[in-house]
Design a protein around this ligand. Sequence first.
Ligand code: F6R
Length: 269
Amino acid sequence: MKSSCAFPLQHYTRRAVEIIIEADAAALADRAAQIVLGELFRKPDLVLGLATGKTPVGLYERLRKQPTLFQKVRFFNLDEFHGLGPTDPDSFHSFFHQHLLNHVKHEAKNVHLFRGDMKDFEEEAKLVEDRIRVVGGIDLQILGIGRNGHVGFNEPGSSLGSRTRAKTLEPDTVAHYAAGGKTPPNHAITMGVGTIMEAKKCLMLASGADKADIICRMVEGPIMSEVPATALQMHPRAIVVLDEPAASKLKRGDFYKWVFANKWRVGQK
Ligand code: F6R
């Protein structure tokens, strides 16, 4: 049937936030890799925003099986701990090299990761915002979510319009990133919620039962600075990939599965 509406059908069948629920963490990583690779094939010089944390590690494992696809990619990241320079093994800078950059062909000039050892965080924040602007914005931003609802290191109470800046971290966040008997710094630099919202596409990943409560609030709760990740509900092109345990408290989980299974695909007859 031909639609008499002014907008193409896919505008109606597409939720602003698309929820994809996979069986487990491995299937989640497969799906996330499929989405990222799709964007890379579409735009080889993609501006890719990376996230740290445990959740995207499986995604990076899969991406590095395609080492030649990253030669033109421009890389940014969400955040970095205060005081940790690029060579510090506990820095997010080291994390990205360990999990992705050391394994794929890329141009060093295209890697724009935060420097946690900058004396002046305001200057560093401005520099990164300017660099993002110069490359025409982030095309795809990978995201995770903290159990407290943080996105990037925008802790609860962060303004939903915030820009890149320094933040004091909650004790639970600091504890989450403690490794090898070492506790990370209490302060970090992070892209703001407003900065993240300007990414053309966002891909949020959440895995495990300990994320179920906050995922329910993020997807189905009211938009509020108390849960900064709820801002994504207003993003025009956000995809949230969950595993079953992380999705287990969603009220409309079955509906999201049905929508995805019956999704309108361009070219569909
Ligand atoms: C990391 C970041 C954080 C993490 C969040 C979840 O760069 O910005 O928002 O995404 O802390 O971390 P994991 O994946 O370890 O649960």
